[in-house]
Design a protein around this ligand. Structure first.
Ligand code: AMP
Length: 542
């Protein structure tokens, strides 16, 4: 017998409809690419998104068309997203930090037919547009007054293009499993792979992300997504914020400490999310200038492991709660968040920081397990680490074009490529990427543990651990360190600091100092090029 409840397809435009009806006057504040701070509301965004949808349809775009965006976080980018989805087309966020050839490859693979592009990226697009066969229209996210001279064919200014539609338009309806958005993984091994979100997965993810023990956000929050919309949907905030009706503050292209601080302060931001590097810059700025953070309640930190020093400073010096989180483009992206279960609520000091160093537990909607190489489930004992596998309604079940099928098994588990352990309370901790783990004498050494420990040294700015070939052990750890400006810690200083805090056989065999560690387009340490750089390195122990 079937239930007698209504069919109400989970379509993304219902999120923006709800924002308009219930929270129409709530502000969306953007630092515009042209410079000034621009204020709009959910009612404005809703109306203009309808115009985008109508205007795209006038230009001949239809259900299933891939429409790229190469843009920072602004209200216009949000309007473009909802307008694109509102006709059943697919927004495709491009990461401008990738190499131009890689962006062209991705656009060709997705067969993008149109693109919304910020002024910042017009020169970049000019370089590659000729290589993208499917591209037939370019909409520059500005007005005619700011429109640059450009060689881009069919380039129009967004505001004038939009004004040709009156917005008297009804969203298209379709099955909730219809594709809504697309984002490519950064492709540190091989070509990037396309992840294709559906309307249903986006709406469910928005609900999951907002739950109290996940991001815990509400209409009373003022949300600043520093994490870009091109980095895995701004971790879902582009959908969750309209769903709950929170005021949004969009940072545009300025992510330095002073610019972020200015928005946090003037807009009274209560909640924000970003990768650790952004928070390091902000904390450095407020320490140097003696500022305070009176309004900020909570920051979600993820994308790479959150150093203990950041968590400690936020909490002890500024009374801001830190939620360490882990996720992936393939997971929409939230996987786990480190909020407190009641049994941990009274933890204090170092014990609390120990727990917060973990990536946390999954909200309802994400299942996880760790397995050995033969897919046997490993115990949740907080120390046995293995391959981290996940499944859920906002987790990919395949990549665009059917590539990478070996990461998905018959029972629906997706192999994340991360290595982790899970403790008896269900808290997961990432110890490595499977391809980065150091294998010494057949046993695994966690590079993330070594790195987290090394950056705890007061004179270390950044650290990366890599495996270097060793004739006896197969591989041994080498610690690559960037010193803080004006500081000169020696190898022995750093090793002495680490000694006793990890198993003896995990201790790096050597420390190499460099001026810079290479990073990927999403801010992660680029271990492949680091290993390449040190491939001839001879350890003193060999
Ligand atoms: P992306 O799809 O670009 O967001 O990258 C996802 C990958 O980033 C994950 O598979 C992890 O390897 C890494 N990652 C994300 N969050 C964390 C975290 N909190 N700690 C350690 N690694 C993380």
């Amino acid at each position: 017998m079937l239930g007698l409840m209504q069919e109400w397809p989970l379509l993304c435009h219902k999120l923006i409809d709800n924002a308009e009806r219930q929270h129409g006057g709530r502000e969306i504040v953007s630092r515009s690419i042209e410079g000034p701070i621009v204020r709009t509301t959910y009612a404005d965004i809703h109306r203009r998104a309808l115009q985008v949808a109508e205007r795209l349809e006038q230009d001949g775009f239809r259900l299933g068309d891939r429409i790229a965006t190469l843009a920072w976080n602004t209200a216009r980018h949000i309007e473009a997203w909802y307008g694109i989805m509102g006709i059943g087309a697919i927004y495709h966020t491009l990461n401008p930090r990738l190499f131009p050839e890689q962006i062209a490859w991705i656009m060709n693979n997705a067969e993008d037919r149109a693109i919304f592009v910020d002024l910042t990226f017009v020169p970049l697009l000019e370089k590659i547009a000729g290589q993208v066969k499917s591209l037939r229209q370019v909409i520059v996210l500005t007005d005619q007054a700011h429109m640059p001279q450009t060689s881009l064919p069919n380039a129009v200014a967004y505001e004038e293009w939009l004004a040709e539609a009156d917005g008297v338009f009804a969203w298209k309806t379709f099955d909730e499993n219809t594709a809504a958005g697309m984002c490519y993984t950064s492709g540190t091994t091989g070509d990037p792979k396309g992840v294709l979100y559906s309307h249903r997965s986006n709406v469910l993810h928005a609900m999951i992300a907002a739950m109290p023990d996940a991001m815990g956000i509400s209409a009373r929050d003022v949300i600043l997504p520093v994490v870009p919309m091109f980095h895995a949907n701004a971790w879902g905030l582009g959908q969750s914020a309209p769903m709950i009706g929170a005021k949004l503050v969009m940072p545009g292209c300025k992510m330095d400490g002073a610019s972020i601080y200015e928005l946090l302060d003037t807009e009274k931001v209560t909640f924000s999310a970003a990768v650790p590097t952004v928070w390091m810059m902000l904390l450095q700025y407020i320490e140097e200038t003696g500022r305070k953070l009176p309004y900020l309640n909570k920051v979600v930190i993820g994308g790479s492991s959150c150093p203990r020093a950041i968590t400690k400073k936020f909490q002890d010096n500024y009374d801001v709660q830190v939620v360490h989180a882990w996720g992936m483009t393939e997971m929409s992206p939230l996987g786990t968040l480190c909020t407190m279960k009641p049994e941990h609520e009274n933890l204090e000091g170092e014990a609390r920081l120990d727990l917060q160093g973990k990536q946390g537990f999954p909200p309802f909607g994400v299942e996880m397990k760790v397995t050995d190489d033969d897919n046997n489930a490993l115990p949740w004992d907080g120390k046995t680490f293995g391959h981290l596998k996940v499944r859920g309604p906002a987790v990919a079940r395949g990549y665009y074009g059917g590539v990478g099928s070996e990461q998905f098994d018959a029972e629906g588990w997706f192999d994340t490529g991360d290595v982790a352990h899970i403790d008896a309370s269900g808290y997961m901790q990432i110890t490595d990427r499977a391809k980065d783990v150091i294998k010494s004498g057949g046993e695994w050494i966690s590079t993330i543990d070594l790195e987290n420990l090394a950056v705890g040294h007061p004179d270390v700015a950044e650290a990366a651990a890599i495996g270097v070939p060793h004739s006896k052990w197969g591989e041994r750890p080498l610690l690559v360190v960037v010193r803080k400006p004006g500081k000169e810690p020696s190898k022995n200083d750093i090793l002495a600091f680490m000694n006793g805090k990890v198993a003896k056989w995990w201790m790096p065999d050597d420390v190499a100092f460099v001026s810079e560690i290479p990073h990927t387009a999403t801010g992660k340490i680029q271990k492949i090029s680091l290993r390449q750089q040190f491939k001839e390195y001879r350890l003193p122990t060999d």
